[in-house]
Design a protein around this ligand. Sequence first.
Ligand SMILES: *Cc1c(COP(=O)(O)O)cnc(C)c1O
Length: 420
Amino acid sequence: MEVEEKLIKKLGSGSLDFESYFSEKAMEMKASEIRELLKLVESSDVISLAGGLPAPETFPVETIKAITEEILKTHADKALQYGTTKGFTPLRLALAEWMEKRYGIPMSKVEIMMVAGSQQALDLIGRVFIDPGDIVVVEGPTYLAALNAFKYYDPEFLSIPMDDDGMIVDILEEKLKELKAEGKKVKFVYTVSTFQNPAGVTMSLKRRKRLIELAHEYDFLIVEDSPYSELRYSGKPIPPIKHFDDEGRVIYLGTFSKIFAPGFRLGWIAAHPHFIRKIEIAKQAVDLCANPFAQVIAWKYVADGHLDEHIPKIIEFYKPRRDAMFEALEEYMPEGVRWTKPDGGMFIWVTLPEGVDTKLMMEKAVAKGVAYVPGEAFFAYRDVKNTMRLNFTYVPEETIREGVKRLAEVIKEEIKALKG
Ligand SMILES: *Cc1c(COP(=O)(O)O)cnc(C)c1O
C-alpha cells in the first residue's frame, strides 16, 4: 500500500466527506492500473520487462555537471529567472536548426515552443483542440498516457488497427468515408509514428505520405508524437510525417526524455505559428513557463553538439539488449506466439493465441518471477486481451534472457490449459 493510502487510513474519515468536494471531472479520474500492478513487482526478485524508463546508465551525468557549472557562471540571470511561455529562445533556435538538419523540416515553416515534457503537450493539445464529442483517431494499441490526457476533454476515440508498417491507413480511409457520409469528421489523428510505444512498429513511408494526403482531403490535423525516432538500432531512417507537411497540419512533439534525461521534464512542440500562439496562451495559465534552469542547460547541450555525440552512445547501449530479447523470444517462445521486430525504440509487442488474457495471466507470471505490461489498457476500448508490452532497455542482456525464458514457461502452461 502506498504511504498516501496508509496515511488516509490512519487518519480515518473524520467529519469531512472528502469525496463530496471533488469536481465531476475529478470523480472520473482513475489511477493507472498498470502502476498499481507494477507496485507488486518493485519489491520482489521478479524480473521486470514491464518498465518504460530509459536506463539511468545512459544519462550524461558528467556533461550535465560541467554545463551546469558553466551556465551558473555565465547565464544565472536567465537560468534562475522566470522565462517566456514559449521558452528560452536560444534553445528554440538550436532545436529548430537541429530538426532542419536531422529531419528536413525547414526552420522557416515551424515555430518551436518548449513544454514540461511531451506529456504536457498532449494535455495542451486536448485543451486547445478537443470539444466534447470530437473524434480523435488513435492507433490500436496506442500510448496510454495520451489516451488519459485526451480523455479529460471527452473526445470520441476512433481506434485504427496496426500491422508491421504502423497504422493501417487504408482502414482509416474507409472510416473517414463512412464518417463523411454521416456528416462527421475527424479533429486529429494521434500517431507515435516511429518505434511506437507500445508496439515498437514504424509507420512506412508510403503510409506517411498517404496520411498527409488524407488529412488534406478530409480536413483533419495530425499530432505526431516522436520521442524514439533517434533511437534506431537497424534499418534506414524515415523522415517524420511533419517533413511532408506543406500546410501546417502536423503538430510535431519532441522530447529530451529518451535522448537526454526524463528528469529534466523538457519537450517541445514544432507546429505552425498560428497553432503555437493558442497553445502558448493555454500553457500560460497552466505553469507560466517550462523550467528555465533545465532549458538553459538543454540549450548548451544541443548547441555545443553534445546531443549529437550522445545519441550514438545510447544506441550502443540499447542495441545489444534489443538483440538479446529478439534471440530469447526466438529461442523460448512456443508456437502461436508472435512479436514485432522493431528497428529502434524501447519496446516489443507480443501477441499470444486468441483466448489468452494477459491481465489474468499476470499473477502467474509474477509468481514465476517475471512481469510485463498487459496490452489491454493500450487500446482505447480495451477490447484486445491477448497482447503484452515488453521493455528491452532497462535490464541487462542476461536478465532479459532469463526473463523471457520464465515468461515463455508461463505462456506454454497457459496455452496448454486453454487447449485442455
Ligand atoms: C516516453 C514517451 C513520451 C515522453 O514523455 P515526456 O513527457 O516528454 O517525458 C511521449 N510520448 C510517448 C509515446 C512516449 O513513450
